[in-house]
Design a protein around this ligand. Structure first.
Ligand SMILES: [Zn+2]
Length: 112
Protein backbone atom coordinates (compact mmCIF):
# COMPACT_ATOMS: atom_id res chain seq x y z
CA UNK A 1 0.00 0.00 0.00
CA UNK A 2 1.53 3.32 -0.99
CA UNK A 3 1.87 5.80 1.82
CA UNK A 4 -0.17 8.92 1.54
CA UNK A 5 -0.13 12.10 3.50
CA UNK A 6 -3.12 12.26 5.75
CA UNK A 7 -3.67 15.50 7.62
CA UNK A 8 -5.11 15.27 11.13
CA UNK A 9 -8.91 15.17 11.09
CA UNK A 10 -11.14 18.07 12.05
CA UNK A 11 -12.91 16.16 14.76
CA UNK A 12 -12.70 12.91 16.69
CA UNK A 13 -15.54 11.81 18.93
CA UNK A 14 -16.47 8.72 20.89
CA UNK A 15 -20.05 7.55 21.21
CA UNK A 16 -20.00 5.09 24.12
CA UNK A 17 -23.71 4.42 23.85
CA UNK A 18 -23.40 3.33 20.24
CA UNK A 19 -19.89 1.90 20.76
CA UNK A 20 -18.40 3.92 17.95
CA UNK A 21 -15.51 6.22 17.29
CA UNK A 22 -16.19 8.84 14.65
CA UNK A 23 -13.51 10.65 12.70
CA UNK A 24 -14.40 13.65 10.58
CA UNK A 25 -11.61 14.18 8.09
CA UNK A 26 -10.70 17.59 6.76
CA UNK A 27 -11.93 16.65 3.27
CA UNK A 28 -15.40 15.77 4.53
CA UNK A 29 -15.02 11.99 4.67
CA UNK A 30 -16.34 10.47 7.90
CA UNK A 31 -15.02 7.18 9.25
CA UNK A 32 -17.12 5.31 11.80
CA UNK A 33 -15.31 2.55 13.68
CA UNK A 34 -16.93 0.02 15.99
CA UNK A 35 -14.89 0.21 19.20
CA UNK A 36 -14.41 -3.54 19.40
CA UNK A 37 -12.96 -3.64 15.91
CA UNK A 38 -10.60 -0.79 16.74
CA UNK A 39 -9.42 -2.61 19.84
CA UNK A 40 -8.64 -5.63 17.68
CA UNK A 41 -6.70 -3.40 15.33
CA UNK A 42 -4.44 -2.15 18.13
CA UNK A 43 -1.16 -1.45 16.37
CA UNK A 44 1.19 -2.41 19.19
CA UNK A 45 3.57 -5.34 18.80
CA UNK A 46 1.76 -7.33 21.45
CA UNK A 47 -1.61 -7.21 19.69
CA UNK A 48 -0.28 -7.34 16.14
CA UNK A 49 -3.26 -5.40 14.88
CA UNK A 50 -1.48 -4.93 11.59
CA UNK A 51 -3.37 -8.01 10.44
CA UNK A 52 -6.49 -5.85 10.34
CA UNK A 53 -6.61 -4.11 6.99
CA UNK A 54 -10.18 -2.90 6.81
CA UNK A 55 -12.91 -2.04 9.27
CA UNK A 56 -16.35 -1.62 7.84
CA UNK A 57 -18.87 0.88 9.14
CA UNK A 58 -21.11 -0.64 11.80
CA UNK A 59 -24.61 -1.60 10.81
CA UNK A 60 -27.68 -0.99 12.92
CA UNK A 61 -27.35 -4.21 14.87
CA UNK A 62 -23.61 -4.23 15.18
CA UNK A 63 -23.74 -3.14 18.78
CA UNK A 64 -25.48 -6.37 19.77
CA UNK A 65 -22.83 -8.50 18.11
CA UNK A 66 -19.88 -6.90 19.81
CA UNK A 67 -18.06 -9.21 22.17
CA UNK A 68 -17.01 -6.46 24.54
CA UNK A 69 -18.57 -3.23 25.67
CA UNK A 70 -16.15 -0.36 26.12
CA UNK A 71 -17.25 2.21 28.65
CA UNK A 72 -14.24 4.00 30.06
CA UNK A 73 -11.89 4.54 27.20
CA UNK A 74 -9.77 7.64 26.88
CA UNK A 75 -8.96 9.03 23.46
CA UNK A 76 -6.24 11.61 23.02
CA UNK A 77 -4.32 12.91 20.07
CA UNK A 78 -0.64 12.06 19.93
CA UNK A 79 0.63 15.26 18.39
CA UNK A 80 0.10 15.30 14.65
CA UNK A 81 0.81 11.59 14.41
CA UNK A 82 -2.44 9.96 15.39
CA UNK A 83 -4.60 8.76 18.24
CA UNK A 84 -3.73 7.13 21.50
CA UNK A 85 -6.58 5.14 23.00
CA UNK A 86 -6.55 3.87 26.55
CA UNK A 87 -9.07 1.06 26.85
CA UNK A 88 -11.13 -0.19 29.78
CA UNK A 89 -8.68 -3.06 30.16
CA UNK A 90 -5.86 -0.58 30.76
CA UNK A 91 -4.26 -1.22 27.41
CA UNK A 92 -2.76 1.76 25.59
CA UNK A 93 0.06 0.11 23.77
CA UNK A 94 0.11 1.81 20.43
CA UNK A 95 -0.63 4.92 18.44
CA UNK A 96 -3.25 4.65 15.72
CA UNK A 97 -1.63 6.72 13.02
CA UNK A 98 -3.88 8.99 10.96
CA UNK A 99 -2.83 7.37 7.70
CA UNK A 100 -3.62 3.91 9.05
CA UNK A 101 -7.00 4.98 10.43
CA UNK A 102 -7.84 6.48 7.08
CA UNK A 103 -6.80 3.32 5.24
CA UNK A 104 -8.84 1.17 7.62
CA UNK A 105 -11.96 2.89 6.37
CA UNK A 106 -11.17 4.99 3.32
CA UNK A 107 -13.40 7.20 1.28
CA UNK A 108 -14.57 5.72 -2.02
CA UNK A 109 -12.22 7.95 -3.99
CA UNK A 110 -9.14 7.42 -1.88
CA UNK A 111 -6.12 6.09 -3.80
CA UNK A 112 -5.54 2.43 -3.07
ZN1 LIG B 1 -2.06 -3.52 21.70
Amino acid sequence: MPSMTVPPPDRVSVDVKMQRLNIEWSDGHVSVFPLDALRQACPCAECQGDDVERITKPGVFHIFRQKNRWQNLTVETAGSVGLRITWDDGHSGGIYRWDRLRSLQPADDDPT
